[in-house]
Ligand binder design. Structure first.
Ligand code: AMP
Length: 349
């Protein structure tokens, strides 16, 4: 039986490990937090930092191939592992996804629209960049931002940028033009080792406090918008020579065109609905892709709404379980801290 090494021990790793087990793969998790959500359902855990060289050797020894569940895996660690074992998705996808400037340039090179942007490495850069966007834009850290953290929105020319560079930590930033979107959607796509691709239907996403709250499928977009989003995701998969599942987030404009926002080189929160509304989930799709198995049919058998259970939302679980057509998935996390993703549910509608 083959063993898949998974870097990262959160809920995404947990759901990957569960999907792997169903197809007769063993899993080993590299994660510094003992008894993490993924390790609870995997065969074993190496408790160490993601860049610990001895732990990486141990992971390579224990695994036939390696994948990851978050995009901030150190590229050097992925490359070190790649010297002795297949690493999927390719480390190049990490490089692109870890830096918003590199990511936007890459997406544009694929012929896909993004917000306009300027690199910001000083307050003077910021002042110039904001002037170019008439004082309106979204300032983000280039690296290590997630769930809306490390961002500042400038809503009008009256919004004073003084000190904004220092306030975001004097790290490399990017100023994006403000995209006046009608809605946000995402496409979960997959590419297999033989180059075949498959995309699930776009989900329409609603964020609250910078965190995904709800995904609705189908998204209320036209067939041509959905197709444009799927085509863009496929172009990104092909340009990266990708193997595995990717999440691509888009803004949808009033005219129905799509503007790419972000790439996640992994299974994605906005794809959790697939475990309830498709025969093959995004998690199984990823396992199939990286192990050289045929991709599953991404067709949706039901319309659905997925909602995250954040913090104390988990207290509602027993009433959700009493409902028909609701699939609940909990992550094995101890304390229900505010903002912490504790689980999710998908309601078929
Ligand atoms: P991100 O961390 O890039 O996913 O951004 C978090 C959220 O902020 C997005 O889901 C959007 O709702 C909003 N947002 C980010 N960038 C922009 C932009 N350039 N224009 C308008 N809204 C944005």
């Amino acid at each position: 039986m083959k063993t898949i090494g998974i870097i990262g021990g959160g809920q995404l790793g947990r759901m990957l490990a569960m999907a792997a087990a169903r197809l007769n793969f063993r899993t080993v998790i590299l994660e510094p937090q003992p008894d993490c959500p993924a390790a609870q359902v995997a065969n074993s855990q190496i408790v160490a930092a993601y860049d610990d060289p001895r732990a990486l050797d141990e992971l390579a020894q224990a695994s036939d191939l390696i994948t990851y569940e978050f995009e901030n895996v150190p590229v050097a660690a992925a490359e070190k592992l790649g010297a002795s074992r297949p690493v999927f998705p390719p480390p190049k996808a990490l490089e692109v996804a870890q830096d918003r400037l590199v990511e936007k340039r890459f997406i544009n090179d694929c012929g896909i629209a993004t917000a306009r942007f300027h690199a910001v490495d000083s307050q003077a850069d910021l002042d110039r960049a904001l002037a170019d966007f008439d004082g309106v834009g979204v300032l983000k850290t280039r690296r290590l931002g997630y769930d809306g953290k490390g961002q500042r929105v400038f809503r009008s020319a009256d919004d004073d940028p003084a000190g904004a560079f220092a306030a975001l930590g004097q790290v490399p930033l990017i100023l994006e033009s403000f995209v006046p979107f009608d809605r946000e959607i995402s496409v979960i796509g997959a590419r297999a080792t033989d180059g075949s691709t498959a995309c699930f239907d776009p989900a329409e996403n609603e964020h609250r406090n910078g965190i995904l709250h709800m995904s609705t499928v189908p998204a209320s977009v036209s067939a041509s918008t959905a197709e444009a989003a799927r085509k863009a995701a496929t172009a990104i998969l092909e340009a990266l020579g990708y193997v595995g599942v990717i999440g691509v987030e888009f803004f949808v404009l009033a005219d129905g065109s799509v503007v790419a926002n972000e790439i996640a080189p992994r299974v994605h929160n906005s794809g959790h609905w697939t475990e309830a509304a498709c025969v093959v989930s995004q998690f199984e799709q990823h396992i199939r892709a990286i192990t050289g198995l045929p991709l599953g049919d991404p067709a949706r058998h039901s319309d659905c709404v997925m909602r995250n259970l954040i913090g104390n939302d988990i207290a509602d679980v027993s009433s959700l379980l009493a409902e028909r057509n609701v699939l609940v998935h909990l992550y094995g996390k101890g304390e229900a801290r505010p903002g912490r993703k504790m689980g999710h549910f998908t309601r078929l509608v």
